[in-house]
Design a protein around this ligand. Structure first.
Ligand code: HEC
Length: 469
């Protein structure tokens, strides 16, 4: 096989390329964000804005935008970046400590909420903030000085206590509602893709059926213990399970036959032919143009599900679906590469559904909501926007974090057919890529891999240490 150096150079270049493509895309200003439409005050957990749970949620999630508007009320992830000072300094720090102390003080009182679903969601939200707070220790940019650790530790100590109070038994976690099934049952969404109406979103009812047309996939045998969605798992620090599914138009049998052919393909790599214009003298590997291709009509899905903590302090995968991203291939080109956004959107349809706590608690569509075509957001794009906090940058130097979510998909999934299936190509993975494969697996196996991965992370060790009696 090829020397390691070439492979890692390939992956490094790819990560940088993905980020720069997304940031360089020319976004036209979209409609107002879903986040801007909120009125002040949080009523997610209770109708009273001064309920301790609402106040805590507000302290953790709500940020003030550049025009004084409130943002982030019901986003899946808090608006926090690796370099964020919010929650660690000044008034926001005092507020969050006070809210956590109030929450801990009211534990056991009449104001405490017993509903396991609400407890699960708050527990998970606290874990998101905890993971963020521990992130810098793993990934501090080289050359930066060590900050005063006291405010971070004060926050972490209280977050750990609050998470501990919100743990649920494994049986309660297993009994939490299957909100994906609820979304299907609500009949709010179409259930199949209609090629004549390529922009019409749909939510497949048989996605999780182990005998159905969708096949849950894992990576090659050389990383049997690694989660398939390595980029997402790492970014979200394993507090959610990311599952990848594929479905060819002929259903399960055709999908399994294709996966077999693809994964047994002898050598997916070829040395790139150097063009005279290439500045680098390094030889780079790229995917061979001869990979087995799947047919038009193929669909892929990326599902994010919540990981929770049980009373014994162990990680448990839940059935709560936080998001679903879908892509449908309407055209497969013989040239594997396509960088024009408008062309990519002719080749594929992109859809995303996100969880809204408010809808989930109200029993509306299982809490799942379609992300609008023009909708802009901050959070989901933390995945690609780097470290700086857009709310804390000096005036005029704000990083471009607010983007139309659905227009970014094409930046990372631009190539033709299988060449745009990133969990196969491992395009933004730092993992050494000798083999590439997509094998059928079970949902349970993939869940276990993520839980094992999370157990090895610094943030999890820190949380365990802080809650140890
Ligand atoms: C910054 C790059 C990036 C952007 C933007 C992006 N994705 Fe992905 N996506 C990935 C990576 C990387 C994977 C592979 C899984 C992993 O390693 O976490 C992936 C996986 C997927 C998968 C599973 C099949 C596959 O390709 O592996 C689907 C479906 C998907 N993305 C849909 C979307 C949709 C819809 C959007 C837009 C809303 C989107 N993605 C935006 C990087 C991106």
């Amino acid at each position: 096989m090829f020397p390691t150096m070439f492979k890692s150079a390939y992956s490094h270049i790819c990560v940088c390329l993905l980020i720069s493509i997304v940031l360089a895309m020319n976004y036209s200003p979209g409609s107002t964000t879903a986040q801007e439409k909120h009125t002040p005050g949080v009523t997610i957990y209770d109708s009273k804005t001064d309920h301790p749970w609402n106040r805590l949620h507000r302290a953790l999630f709500v940020r003030t935008g550049l025009k004084g508007e409130e943002l982030g009320h019901d986003e899946i992830d808090p608006l926090l970046w690796p370099e964020t000072k919010h929650l660690l300094t000044g008034r926001s720090h005092e507020d969050v400590l006070r809210s956590l102390d109030d929450f801990l003080k009211h534990d056991g009182s009449a104001e405490q909420i017993r509903d396991p679903l609400k407890r699960a969601i708050l527990q998970h939200d606290l874990l998101s903030v905890f993971d963020w707070s521990a992130f810098l220790y793993n990934n501090r940019p080289s050359g930066t000085t060590v900050e005063n650790p006291a405010p971070r530790q004060a926050l972490q100590k209280r977050l750990a206590q609050a998470i501990h109070r919100l743990t649920l038994t494994s049986a309660t976690i297993q009994a939490l509602p299957d909100n994906y099934a609820m979304a299907i049952k609500s009949k709010a969404f179409r259930t199949a893709f209609d090629p004549d109406r390529a922009g019409q979103p749909f939510l497949p009812p048989d996605l999780f059926d182990p005998e159905g047309p969708w096949v849950c996939v894992r990576g090659p045998a050389d990383f049997p213990n690694g989660p398939i969605a390595s980029a997402h798992t790492t970014f979200f620090s394993g507090r959610s399970v990311f599952l990848v599914f594929m479905r060819l138009p002929g259903g399960r049998k055709e999908t399994l036959a294709y996966l077999d052919k693809l994964s047994n393909f002898p050598s997916p790599w070829a040395i790139r032919k150097r063009k005279p214009s290439d500045l680098s003298r390094m030889e780079l590997l790229e995917l061979t143009p001869d990979l087995p291709q799947f047919p038009v009509g193929t669909q892929v899905a990326l599902v994010r599900q919540m990981v929770l903590i049980n009373e014994a302090g162990e990680l448990v995968a839940s059935r709560l679906t936080e998001s679903i991203q879908l892509r449908v291939y309407r055209r497969i080109r013989t040239d594997p590469h396509e960088f024009q956004e408008s062309e990519v959107r002719k080749n594929q349809s992109f859809f995303e559904f996100d969880l809204r706590r408010r809808d989930l608690f109200a029993g509306k569509n299982g809490g799942l909501r379609l992300v609008g075509d023009e909708e802009q957001a901050y959070t989901s794009l933390q995945f690609i926007t780097g470290w700086a906090d857009p709310f804390e940058a000096p005036k005029g130097e704000q990083p471009r974090h607010l983007m139309p979510v659905m227009k970014t998909c094409s930046a990372c999934h631009s190539d033709s057919g299988i060449y745009s299936v990133n969990s196969y190509t491992q395009r933004s993975s730092e993992r050494q890529k000798s083999d590439l494969a997509l094998w059928p697996t079970t949902l349970e196996d993939e869940q276990q891999k993520v839980l094992k991965w999370k157990q090895k992370q610094y943030d999890w060790g820190l949380l365990r240490g802080l809650t140890a009696r």
